[in-house]
Design a binder for this molecule. Structure first.
Ligand code: ADP
Length: 507
């Protein structure tokens, strides 16, 4: 009986395969880290062959741990680091160059040139994104312009592009055509396509005007499909060991939204990792941000209308805790921040603004730098640590406020996941600062679960999102304890601190 669903999570640092049961509980996982290749300042690459190799090992490893086989899997879903760009030869399966990772900034100049040429508005209106090195379009252009023979091969239909979802689906469903066997499927889903700067958010199709801006031969782009449908089947002689429907595909942040069962407009998830990622479901409406947030896809289930989202990210959250540990040495492990910050009643007048490389959404002030303000002789490292935890939460509040303002929606709760959510004090502070309850699910692996959900829905393993919503079980909930006056005073102090951090770097 196929009473499990599998999901591949192809992340920035590792690739894992997880197996879930019908309740959405984890049955097994296997995970492998891959090499971060940094040949020059600002360049970050992955070896696509290593990623495919690790995916195969992860699938086999998890199936073996669970004592399961292909016949036990109703479907497989995939979620992936978004934007990371692979261009390969469809005749051989060999990549022309390493994958350009989303963090790679070598295409800064391509993005800046688009801005200079006045294309910002067009790209924003159609794709929902501001031109930036982050997104795939410029990365494809860079490969076409800088790797010998690729443009020619693309024009002849040999060189094809994909994010790592596309790369893995292509391999899982066939790879290169050989021995009379068809080539693998070359496709992606709307959430991944929506991160290229090449897809029109309304038509959900590649946009000829955008493609022309990047001078990309259209035939190298994958077919855009929904996030949940049967795309094809795994090869019987592949790592799964049988023909299993490949039926779900979502970029990681979209998968986390889905795994958190944020199915209604106004539902929001915040992932607390090295940085934070907030995604707000805005329903069928495409909300244009007045605050520099990204307009992005939520997900699209088969033929049903697409669900859109607003996305805001915060560069420095968990990394500020690492900074306390590694640069200041006031804690020896991230978890110690909770006890130390909890040893004082409040921040003692201290605020910390982690503008290490400027302030991003919703401030967009590259001239800001980090600041610790409000110090008096009385303050200790405990106050500073508490101010760091508060900064994680105030930065989140700033993005939440911007989202709520843009979308005109009421927020009634926040769903959280990620490493920092282990810190109970930090989550309590988050509830206090926002004035709404903060909830964490039992299954912490929301990203992988979201991909499994998308795949399971497509094959009828789960009937609908209502059923998935009943799977969402709360592990912890923090409710606000501050009164309005406390909340206002706290936020006023944070706002003052942010002002102090601005204008530090002069042109
Ligand atoms: P990523 O996926 O970005 O690697 P994780 O979700 O694994 O991130 O979270 C790791 C981050 O969480 C690290 O920056 C670490 O400092 C922080 N972190 C982990 N545990 C705690 C804790 N108990 N208190 C505060 N921060 C923590």
């Amino acid at each position: 009986m196929a009473d499990h669903v599998g999901a591949i999570d192809q992340g920035t640092t590792s690739t894992r395969f997880m197996i879930f049961d019908h309740d959405g509980a984890e049955v097994a996982r296997h995970q492998l880290e891959h090499e971060q290749i940094m040949p020059r300042a600002g360049w970050v690459e992955h070896d696509p062959a290593e990623i495919w190799e690790h995916t195969q090992t992860a699938i086999k490893g998890a199936l073996e741990k669970a004592g399961l086989g292909a016949a036990d899997l109703a479907a497989i879903g995939i979620t992936n680091q978004r934007e990371t760009t692979v261009v390969w030869d469809r005749r051989t399966g060999e990549a022309y160059t390493n994958a350009l990772v989303w963090q790679d900034t070598r295409t800064d100049k391509i993005a800046a040139a688009l801005t200079r040429a006045g294309h910002d508005e067009t790209i924003k209106r159609k794709a929902g994104l501001p031109p930036a090195a982050y997104f795939s379009g410029g990365k494809i252009q860079w490969i076409l312009e800088n790797v010998d023979g690729v443009r020619e091969a693309a024009e002849q239909g040999h060189a094809i592009f994909g994010n790592t979802d596309t790369w893995l689906i292509w391999w899982l469903t066939g790879g290169p055509a050989r021995d009379g066997r068809d080539e693998g499927l070359h496709l992606t889903d709307v959430t991944n396509a929506g991160r290229t700067m090449l897809m029109d958010l309304e038509s959900l199709a590649w946009d000829d005007e955008l493609i022309a801006l990047f001078d990309i031969p259209k035939q190298m782009l994958p077919e855009i499909r929904s996030s949940s449908e049967v795309y094809g089947h795994t090869l019987a002689d592949g790592p799964v060991g049988g023909e299993v429907p490949v039926a779900g595909d979502l970029g990681d942040q979209h998968a986390a939204l889905f795994g958190q069962a944020c199915f209604e407009p106004g539902t929001l998830k915040n992932t607390y990792g090295t940085g934070n990622f907030l995604v707000l479901n805005t329903g069928h409406e495409i909300v244009r941000s007045e605050n520099g947030l990204l307009t992005t896809m939520g997900y699209k289930l088969g033929d049903a209308p697409a669900v859109y989202a607003l996305e805001g990210s915060i560069a420095v959250t968990g990394s500020a805790i690492q900074w306390l540990r590694d640069q200041l040495g006031v804690i020896s492990a991230a978890a110690e921040s909770e006890e130390l910050a909890g040893s004082v009643e409040d921040n003692g007048g201290v605020s910390f603004v982690p503008a290490f490389s400027g302030l991003f959404a919703p401030y967009w002030r590259p001239d800001a730098r980090g600041a610790i303000v409000g110090l008096s002789r009385f303050n200790t490292k405990a106050h500073i640590t508490r101010a760091v935890l508060e900064a994680v939460c105030y930065q989140s509040k700033d993005v939440v406020d911007a989202m709520v303002a843009d979308a005109g929606l009421e927020l009634d709760a926040l769903k959280v996941d990620g490493g920092i959510t282990a810190n109970e004090l930090c989550m309590q502070i988050q509830a206090d600062i926002l004035g709404v309850s903060v909830s964490k699910p039992e299954v912490a692996e929301t990203t992988c679960l979201g991909a499994a959900y998308a795949a399971g829905l497509a094959v009828g393993f789960w009937s609908d999102t209502d059923e998935l919503a009943t799977n969402w079980a709360e592990a912890s909930r923090w409710t606000p304890q501050w009164d309005d006056a406390q909340r206002e005073a706290g936020y006023a102090q944070w706002t003052k601190a942010v002002e102090r951090s601005l204008g530090w770097i002069e042109e």
